[in-house]
Design a binder for this molecule. Structure first.
Ligand SMILES: [Zn+2]
Length: 246
């Protein structure tokens, strides 16, 4: 039936048409989708599609307004590591990589839900190190609601995994890795992510431009933006799972 080709194509056409993802981003996501469906089978693709759909839905509930169109950098930082797990599983036929795929995808969903549902918290998030309150929507902040949301993210992907293999300890690993990845994301965001200050409105922002003016770097490294943080936390989950599963 060539579903492994048809379904990713339908989703990619929607993502591109509805401007959820830029055209280069859509093309790469489409390629990743086909690889994941073909070599990871439909449950792996369902996990990916779930992340995609919940990401779009969570954009709608976010309090902090950001450009909703995902670009190719975001596709690479969020899906490349997971796709690599599927490719490694295909090449080596080692089941460890298949479980790792769900862990990485689970941590992506956990992070997405934490950063969207987390912003709904009435209390301001706290900086994970200083324990001081910071502005809602800034990376590196954690809230109780955000932690709960990230645990849910890992569990949703864990439930999809149970369809393939009714192994409860792997379900727990996937759920736990969702939480881990999301916390690691916050830690990296707090220490290394570049933060800028707008010279016009004085707000602390993550963008290199604000109010049509170049912003001033006040913290972190210019190389490390939110995409880099996401990629690094996916790699972190990849490495930790590999160690744990061996
Ligand atoms: Zn500004």
């Amino acid at each position: 039936m060539y579903l492994n080709f048809i379904i990713p194509t339908i989703l990619a056409l929607y993502a591109g048409y509805a401007k959820k993802v830029t055209i280069p981003g859509t093309l790469l996501a489409w390629l990743f989708g086909i690889i994941i469906y073909t070599w990871g089978n439909y449950p792996a693709f369902i996990a990916l599609a779930t992340v995609f759909i919940l990401t779009i839905l969570s954009d709608k509930i976010k309090k902090t307004k950001k450009d909703g169109t995902r670009n190719i950098k975001q596709m690479i930082s969020n899906v490349l590591t997971a796709t690599l797990c599927i490719i490694l599983h295909y090449i080596t036929d080692n089941n460890v990589f298949y479980i790792m795929y769900y862990c990485v995808i689970g941590s992506s969903l956990a992070d997405t839900l934490a950063s969207s549902i987390g912003t709904l918290s009435r209390k301001k998030p706290i900086n994970i190190f200083t324990m001081k309150k910071i502005e809602t929507g800034q990376s590196g902040g954690v809230s109780l609601l955000g932690i709960f949301a990230s645990l849910c993210g890992g569990m949703i992907v864990g439930v999809i995994y149970l369809e393939v293999d009714a192994n409860f300890s792997n379900f727990l690993l996937i759920s736990f890795m969702g939480l881990c990845g999301s916390i690691f994301d916050s830690i990296l965001g707090t220490i290394f992510e570049a933060k800028y200050q707008c010279i016009v409105c004085k707000k602390q922002v993550e963008e290199k431009k604000h109010c049509n003016k170049k912003t001033k770097l006040i913290k972190g490294f210019p190389m490390i933006d939110n995409n880099m943080v996401n990629l690094l936390s996916n790699i972190f989950v990849f490495v930790i799972c590999y160690i744990l599963l061996y």
